[in-house]
Design a binder for this molecule. Structure first.
Ligand SMILES: Nc1ncnc2c1ncn2[C@@H]1O[C@H](COP(=O)(O)OP(=O)(O)O)[C@@H](O)[C@H]1O
Ligand SMILES: [Mg+2]
Length: 212
């Protein structure tokens, strides 16, 4: 059983990729699990989100893994976990989705995120926060820049990685590990432009709030 974590800053396309037919796999929507099963230790009122209970989530993933294992003997069993916290749950492979911070800012704005939340997430993406966590915690990490890709194209790439890891066909796997190795994405080249632009966006978002 191989556990895949599809992780990345909010807005990088994790849910879209996992729902895409091009991925075509069952997946665990961790955010839903957190909410539905009450696996949180509190609520962050400022950010409007739950504070996840990672111990309970780890336990739940273990149980699900055992259940799946019991259902099918042999074969290539896998589990896909989708969340910006998925890399904390001891996956075998972490696939970190990346998106240009400017693109991210636009998407999060459309999603109705607060100015503060947009800024926090854009900064986290610029500074490789999730990638660094994944590299520290997971043995195998892929980094996929989805900026120039459609949802289907991104999902196709993720599927290609999953298939290669499962088949264990070393040539393809090694080539993909090399192609998507951590460190291949670097937003710092765009740092100044992004900072300026996000500031502008932040200001205009503020104006929208004030004048709407
Ligand atoms: N590769 C992509 N190309 C264009 N739009 C995308 C892409 N990935 C995601 N989006 C859009 O960005 C928004 C956030 O995507 P979502 O999958 O919810 O991100 P996440 O689950 O990582 O927070 C959605 O409106 C989605 O349609
Ligand atoms: Mg999502």
């Amino acid at each position: 059983m191989i556990i895949f974590a599809i992780t990345g800053t909010p807005g990088t396309g994790k849910t879209s990729v996992c729902k895409s037919k091009a991925l075509g796999l069952e997946f665990m929507d961790l955010n839903k699990v957190i909410e539905e099963k009450g696996f949180y230790t509190g609520v962050d009122n400022e950010r409007g989100c739950f504070i996840a209970d990672l111990d309970k989530l780890k336990e739940y993933v273990k149980e699900e893994k055992e259940e799946k294992r019991g259902q099918k003997k042999g074969g290539n069993l896998l589990m896909v976990i989708e969340s910006h916290l998925a890399h904390f749950l001891e996956p075998d492979v972490a696939i970190v989705l990346r998106a240009n911070p400017l693109l991210l800012a636009d998407r999060l704005k459309k999603r109705g995120f607060s100015v503060q939340k947009i800024r926090e997430n854009v900064e986290a993406e610029m500074l490789d926060v999730i990638l660094a966590e994944a590299v520290e915690l997971c043995g195998i990490v892929y980094e996929v820049d989805t900026s120039g890709k459609s949802i289907e194209e991104a999902a196709f790439t993720v599927r290609e990685i999953i298939d290669a890891e499962i088949e264990g066909e070393s040539g393809k796997k090694e080539a993909l590990r090399e192609k998507y190795k951590p460190g291949s994405v670097d937003w710092t080249r765009h740092l100044t432009v992004t900072m300026k632009s996000v500031k502008c966006k932040v200001q205009s978002a503020k104006e929208t709030i004030i004048y709407s």
